[in-house]
Design a protein around this ligand. Sequence first.
Ligand code: FAD
Length: 444
Amino acid sequence: MPHADLDQATIDALAIELRELLGADAVSDEPQALDRASIDGSHLSPVIAEQLPLGRAQLVCYPATAEDIAATVGAAVRHGVPITPRGKGTANYGQTLPMAGGLVVDTSRARKILEVGDGWLRAEAGATMIAIEQAAIRSGQQVLQYPSTAQSTVGGFVSGGSGGTGSIAHGMIHTGFVTALDVVHAVPDATLIHVEGEATEPYLHRYGTVGVIATVTVRLEPLQEWRAFFASFDDFHDLLSVIRAFPELEPTPRLVSGDLPTLAEALPADPAIFPGRASLRAILDADSVAAATALVEAAGGRVDDVREGAQACIKLSMTSYNHPIEWLQKAYPNTYFHVEVWGDAIIDRIDELHEVYDGGMLHIEAQQGRPIGMLAGVYHGADEVYAGLPKIEALGVGWHNPHQWYVDYEPAATIAFAAETDPQGLMNPGKLVAPGTFQTGSQM
Ligand SMILES: Cc1cc2nc3c(=O)[nH]c(=O)nc-3n(C[C@H](O)[C@H](O)[C@H](O)COP(=O)(O)OP(=O)(O)OC[C@H]3O[C@@H](n4cnc5c(N)ncnc54)[C@H](O)[C@@H]3O)c2cc1C
């Protein structure tokens, strides 16, 4: 359970110590700063939005280096103040909300790219994924993957994210993307602890419950010539009939997204996205564009544009994964929710899947193996959302419930590890619950 908010005297004492450590402009208890530090992307879930506010920061600080992050954590622990780490606050499901109040450690000023080597890059936690990709490109390399929230931080991505552009070839963040971390445990004499290889795994996708990540080393690969590829179809079924062939193109695409016309129309206006047409958008190696064009045309579609350049590809990335749902919600305020789904059945049983929820609409991301997607529906209350989950499962479709903020990746191991790294239970309180307390997803 989250702690109750701390008394003001304790917060004031911590504020004095942090101002001495970090400088006066790196610590704030101004209401607007506290408000900004107390929101994330939870608006994407109407189920969570109905429960807001779930917590409010009492103090926020902005350490500018990895060492300052360590010093900040040590000070907060000595005062017994809960610590919620924060990057850009784009986490969709409440992971970044300071549910016990206390201190929010905003890492966005600790954003230096520290070193770029052959096959790797080391950056402070607050470096954005765009900055990392750009630094990699300058060295003739590219990052293995980045989320559709490309402006988010690397610390936030590896702590709260899953995958994105690049995941078709490289899987999700747990599959060798991170090679080393400097982490800070929640102890009074906190220092930077260096971990490498498999020892990084217990810190990934743990929402900062086992420590604060201060630097991240990610793997790089040789730069490819990417193209932003836009195609469209009269009918979404035609798009689905061909989308499984895309991840098999050589070289492997970086991203392949598909949308029904209503979802596509909600995306930012683009001359290559047409009203009334299903949209397929992909980031393809230049050498595979001809084969992709043949696939589209054989399925009755047409290629509307092929663009060059990193900017065009990053822009296309921002219409992938959860972004179409966010754009849909902007186009139709207070209307839609979504559930994450996966498996071949999302294609093979698409009409039945669409019928599970009123206004059902699939956004699909092609992957090697099983496709994944976001099933949107018109929101009529949480009960109806949950009533749909067994129906989804009965179709042979895997699902994940995005309307909860608990660590649901290896929860038992995370709780055990947190007991070592955070003995006072101060790290991002409220995000760890015993496995089985909630049904967070299907086993498929
Ligand atoms: C529209 C939309 C689209 C999205 N698309 C994707 C996507 O394609 N792929 C994907 O994986 N995710 C996606 N997300 C989720 C989220 O945007 C990403 O995971 C993002 O990379 C998080 O980075 P951030 O800097 O915003 O982190 P935050 O939201 O600030 O933090 C995320 C989590 O990590 C913790 N944390 C932050 N920094 C640290 C640190 N230094 N040390 C330890 N813990 C820390 C926070 O407490 C929180 O629990 C999307 C979200 C939205 C709203």
